[in-house]
Design a protein around this ligand. Structure first.
Ligand SMILES: O=C[C@H](O)COP(=O)(O)O
Length: 255
């Protein structure tokens, strides 16, 4: 049985002051949470502060990116080994904002995926189509191509101990989430695509939905059989809203 995973991606937001009030407030709201795994991915400079505040709690530490090199003369970069050293476990790669603003290709992302696995870290692989691709009926083809790059590099069992976040680009930060039925169709396709290579990892892999998840739409999304939690952007910066999304995931009764 898959436990839902809710992950907050703070993107380029946060400060030491915000963190010192946000984390205790969130922990207080989550005291009764049992069935949902929870991760926060702050900006890299705040990993240490967040780790200290999360010590002894159920919330795990995540990060938003990793470099493709293990070490060396790469100014400004952070390696998988460093992320492991600081205590981060779940590492987002392939977010559409990095694919577009930093021109990260499927091949670069597949390399990052392999580096994270080599360090026993959990890659959170973001995939998803643009609005144009969606309207052209290319959603499945785009997702398949993004998954195949990883399967080609890391093998048929690549998604053992990994997470996939399906994030349609048109839903990110737009206030317009995919409907639960739309998202479920794509999640089912993703699981089926992985099953063609390895049925066991397909059954176990956590597939999150991301894109304008809020307390208003979370419960319905989490009722879907192939939606295993969420990758949350804006709402993860508000303790009340994030806690409500986590509660919806913990309470979800799926068929
Ligand atoms: O990583 C998170 C996603 O990009 C979703 O962001 P959002 O919840 O602000 O739409």
């Amino acid at each position: 049985m898959r436990h839902p995973l809710v992950m907050g991606n703070w993107k380029l937001n946060g400060s030491t002051g915000m963190i010192s009030t946000f984390i205790p407030a969130l922990l207080a709201k989550l005291s009764e949470m049992k069935k949902c795994n929870l991760v926060i991915a702050p900006p890299l400079v705040y990993l240490h502060q967040v780790r200290s505040l999360l010590a002894g709690s159920v919330i795990r530490l995540g990060a938003q990116n990793v470099d493709i090199h293990p070490a060396g003369a790469f100014t400004g970069e952070i390696s998988a080994e460093m992320l492991k050293d600081i205590g981060a476990k779940y590492i987002i790669i392939g977010h559409s904002e990095r694919r577009s603003h930093h021109r990260e290709s499927d091949e670069i992302i597949a390399k990052k995926f392999a580096l994270l696995k080599a360090q026993d870290l959990i890659p959170v692989l973001c995939i998803g189509e643009s609005e144009v691709e969606n309207q052209a009926g290319e959603t499945q083809g785009v997702c398949a191509k993004q998954l195949d790059a990883v399967l080609k590099t890391s093998g048929d069992k690549a998604f053992e101990n990994a997470v996939i976040a399906y994030e349609p680009l048109w839903a990110i930060g737009s206030g317009k989430s995919a409907t639960p039925a739309e998202a479920q169709r794509v999640h089912k396709f993703i699981r089926g695509h992985i099953a063609q290579k390895d049925a066991n990892s397909a059954e176990k892999v956590v597939i999150q939905y991301g894109g304008s998840v809020s307390p208003a739409n979370a419960a319905e999304l989490f009722e879907q059989p192939d939606i295993d939690g969420a990758l949350v952007g804006a709402a993860s910066l508000k303790a009340d809203e994030f806690a409500a999304i986590v509660k919806a995931a913990a309470d979800a009764k799926r068929n």
